[in-house]
Design a protein around this ligand. Sequence first.
Ligand SMILES: [Zn+2]
Length: 88
Amino acid sequence: MPLKEPIPFFMDDIVRLRKPHPCGSFEWRIVRVGADIGLRCLTCDRRVLLPRRTLEKRLKQFVSRGPGVGPKESALPPPAARSTALPD
Ligand SMILES: [Zn+2]
């Protein structure tokens, strides 16, 4: 049995979560990648930060992947993913 691997998240991925935001949207864009993942609601533009593990639990599916994901890179973060804070 393979162990469950961490899910790589990249900037501009669009994700669908299991529970809707109070505004009714299930879909979010990833706007920050780090120890916590920043998400922006596609409907109301609200931003939240979730610990990576929490997001992995809430994630239902990827709607689309951002430019950080290449065809063979889904398991490996690119070196640039190490860069931490992005200016808001
Ligand atoms: Zn919302």
